[in-house]
Ligand binder design. Structure first.
Ligand SMILES: Nc1ncnc2c1ncn2[C@@H]1O[C@H](COP(=O)(O)OP(=O)(O)OP(=O)(O)O)[C@@H](O)[C@H]1O
Ligand SMILES: [Mg+2]
Length: 356
């Protein structure tokens, strides 16, 4: 399950590469600047339609080329399918099974991919947006109603905000309240359903990962407790006008992550932050499998850095329990990582060689 092959053209430092992956654990070894992260970036891009390193896809094209092309064979769902992503002369095109994809969400649905890297701890110490995106990745992948509802909500929010910014009369602003509240309440319900499943696994796994420390996840809707969103919108009229944007709704939701009853970022070390974030991301891939019956692909960029043997060992154990396809990079792989690998690649001078 996962990505079985990848063909890359003009991507970052790679002029051309053809790779066959193991459906279980792939280890990618190479020195600094050899192209390890670039390979993970290509896989991520194929599943998400965006890079984790840059919002500017022009920079991922190899210097002096005028576009890149990625083609992969995935079996994340029941039957193998060929997916592709290309950027030629500034235009991005996604294809699934020979057809042009309707949108990038379709690509994400076909090839679910999750990344754990040196920035993942932002899930703990960064702003609420990171945690909302994290939550919504999970809901999107297990709940078909999520994407259309989210689009409906975003459209209503953008329209209402445009009217607020332009200082239009209140009745015009309020004309979007019904749609915003209806879609917003639906989104909220989908998130809560998901969290009910997710929290049980997440708190169990994070306790194991942190050697017994108790973690909790607390969902805050984005508007005052005990209120309908439509009431909350009415009540926030003055604030909305002042800010020029809608101040209440699921776009303001937060997941408060606590460790031993305290806000996680105030309580844990940097290494523990990494373990906590990584474990929450792993727990999501496990829930994805439990709720859909399909596996997800997990990318781990230089995981061993900054984790001691105990934390790394527990993390690797949980990783194995997710049954995800894994692509893990390292400059030198610790034994406990190397022994899980079923395929090893060496990256050197922008060339990738399969070793076993
Ligand atoms: N658009 C591009 N065209 C050509 N080369 C690029 C492009 N973007 C990045 N590079 C180069 O690709 C090389 C590989 O970068 P990458 O980040 O993948 O290395 P890495 O193996 O992950 O290194 P590290 O261990 O330091 O994280 C670097 O030398 C980088 O400068
Ligand atoms: Mg790197």
């Amino acid at each position: 399950m996962g990505l079985l092959s990848l063909s890359m053209r003009e991507f970052r430092c790679f002029a051309a590469a053809e790779l066959e992956f193991s459906p279980t654990t792939n280890l990618i070894i190479g020195k600094n600047a050899s192209g390890k992260t670039s390979l993970l970036e290509a896989i991520f891009l194929l599943g998400r339609g965006r890079s984790f390193r840059t919002p500017y896809l022009g920079t991922v094209t190899r210097a002096e080329a005028n576009g890149f092309q990625l083609i992969g064979k995935v079996t994340s769902q029941t039957v193998p399918v060929i997916i592709g992503l290309a950027r030629i002369n500034g235009l991005l095109e996604a294809r699934i099974g020979g057809q042009q994809a309707e949108n990038l969400a379709q690509l994400a649905h076909t090839f679910p991919v999750q990344l754990i890297d040196s920035q993942s701890h932002q899930l703990i110490c960064g702003g609420p947006r990171q945690r909302r995106q994290f939550l919504d990745w999970g809901v999107f992948h297990v709940e078909p109603a999520f994407f259309p509802t989210w689009r409906r909500f975003q459209r209503a929010l953008q329209q209402r905000n445009a009217l607020l910014r332009a200082g239009k009369p209140q009745r015009e602003v309020d004309s979007w309240n019904g749609e915003l509240a209806a879609a917003g309440q639906l989104l909220d319900g989908l998130r809560r359903n998901y969290l009910a499943n997710f929290s049980i696994t997440a708190t169990d796994w994070t306790e194991r990962a942190l050697g017994g420390l108790k973690t909790s996840l607390e969902y805050q809707t984005g508007w005052p407790n005990g209120r309908d969103l439509s009431e909350a919108l009415q009540e926030s009229t003055t604030r909305d006008r002042k800010a020029g944007m809608t101040q209440v709704g699921p776009h303001r939701a937060e997941i408060v992550i606590k460790v031993e009853g305290e806000i996680a970022r105030e309580r844990v070390s940097r290494g523990q932050e990494k373990v906590l974030a990584g474990t929450l991301l792993l727990a999501q891939t496990s829930i994805y499998r439990m709720l859909t019956g399909h596996s997800c692909t997990v990318l781990l960029d230089d995981l061993a850095a900054e984790l001691d043997v105990g934390h790394l060992g527990r993390f690797m154990e949980m990783l194995a329990e997710t049954h995800a396809q894994v692509h893990i990079t390292a400059i030198e792989a610790p034994i406990m990582v190397a022994r899980q690998a079923t395929r090893v690649f060496h990256v050197k001078q922008d060339k990738i060689t399969a070793m076993v």
